[in-house]
Design a protein around this ligand. Structure first.
Ligand code: GMT
Length: 380
């Protein structure tokens, strides 16, 4: 169905984190489809480093005064939103993350009403805003209020929707729209020279990508690998950076697997690393969707994950990989060995992984967002 072109404002954290990636990729795809997309953030979003006639970036700058111990970002954002909506004639605002984006959008909406301008606001819940931050009582009243005051609310998995309804008094309907993947970018690339350099004797390659926060249980990745490595000649690639990285490096030395583990830090061309990998590890304590696992599957990599949050909605048990309880290092090691020990079995899991990823292709999810925007504009 042909959707009329819209002017859409997008608010997100301009980082490599999943919510920033989803927001940026969505904005780029909407712009490719002819919509005019205005990003409003404090920094150029990480993946928005090219020119497109339909893409605009408005920087929220915060003046520093000695009086402010905590610069009021939310107010600067709300003021910027008022400005952008008024002068760019936006049709809708889509904010990613409840704190502080949904509450800033609510304030902007109230101010705009005084100019006789009505702007519908869609809030997308990504996970940490609900599962970690939102449950912190400090923010609970604001999160509840901003969700209830949004004109549309989406969550990236059914599990996140259920959690939100369980922990907050929500009167609004929440629509589940899962994360998506651009299969034109994420697909298996021929990178044999890289594979030979990493695994010269044909060892299997396990991989983990994250921001190395506690919730990712990165030390479990090392422990699982240490067990797998006793049975299967293998290498581990740890991609990304964050607070747990040095603990993981120390653990590699303690477990005597340092020679087989490479810490690659933050990497842009993640699809090239995934393309040489055989198994993706995501043992997270909590994970609302697991975009990094979807990126791996798109590059033909099966997934060993925990069964936390929305992961069972992505990883199909015994088909695209396996799931165990968070912290079940032995279970995840056994399942990893099961997949890696037989080349025919590994190939089947790889084929299944990419087939599953295709169900989340951008071309399928983009129209869902477009018609949701239209629905929200029409009813509000
Ligand atoms: O996983 C992170 O630490 C980043 C986090 C974020 O807030 O950007 O990602 C969350 O949103 C992603 C996009 O919707 C989801 O795919 C991730 O599962 C989710 N992370 C967690 O729930 C821990």
């Amino acid at each position: 169905k042909q959707i009329a072109l819209m002017k859409i404002g997008i608010v997100c954290y301009p980082t490599f984190g999943g919510s920033g990636v989803v927001a940026t990729e969505l904005g780029k795809a909407l712009a490719d489809n002819g919509h005019q997309v205005h990003f409003v953030t404090y920094n150029q979003p990480a993946r928005l480093d090219f020119f497109s006639e339909n893409l605009f970036y408005h920087e929220v700058s915060i003046s520093k005064y000695p009086l402010f111990d905590y610069p009021p970002y939310e107010l600067a954002l709300a003021s910027k939103l008022v400005d952008v909506v008024r002068f760019e004639n936006l049709d809708i605002l889509h904010v990613h993350y409840a704190i502080p984006h949904a509450s800033a959008a609510f304030m902007a909406k109230q101010i705009l009403a005084t100019y006789g301008i009505h702007i519908p606001v869609v809030t997308t819940l990504h996970g940490t805003d609900i599962t970690l931050v939102g449950k912190d009582r400090t923010y609970k009243p604001v999160v509840t209020f901003s969700i209830n005051k949004s004109d549309g609310v989406t969550a990236v998995s059914q599990d996140l929707k259920d959690d939100t309804l369980r922990f907050f008094e929500i009167e609004n309907e929440i629509r589940v729209i899962p994360n998506f993947i651009d299969l034109k970018r994420f697909n298996m690339k021929a990178k044999d020279h890289f594979k030979k350099a990493i695994a010269p004797a044909g060892e299997k390659i396990l991989v983990h990508t994250s921001n190395f926060r506690k919730v990712k249980r990165t030390q479990d990745v090392v422990r699982i690998f240490a067990k797998v490595n006793t049975v299967i000649p293998s290498k581990l690639l740890m991609v990304g950076d964050g607070p747990e990285r040095s603990e993981c490096e120390q653990l590699c030395r303690d477990l005597n697997v340092g020679d087989n583990v490479r810490f690659l830090g933050k990497q842009e061309a993640i699809e090239e690393i995934l393309s040489v990998s055989d198994l993706f590890m995501m043992p997270s304590q909590s994970e609302s969707f697991g975009l990094a696992a979807l990126e791996a599957m798109a590059c033909r990599v099966p997934v060993i994950s925990s069964n936390a949050g929305g992961l069972p909605e992505l990883n199909v048990e015994g088909v695209t990989g396996f799931m165990c309880d968070p912290g079940d290092v032995d279970g995840m090691a056994l399942k990893s060995i099961f997949i890696l020990e037989d080349d025919d079995r590994l190939k089947t899991f790889k084929d299944n992984a990419v087939a599953r990823a295709k169900e989340f292709d951008l071309s399928l999810i983009l129209p869902v967002y477009e018609s949701y925007y239209r629905e929200v504009i029409e009813r509000s």
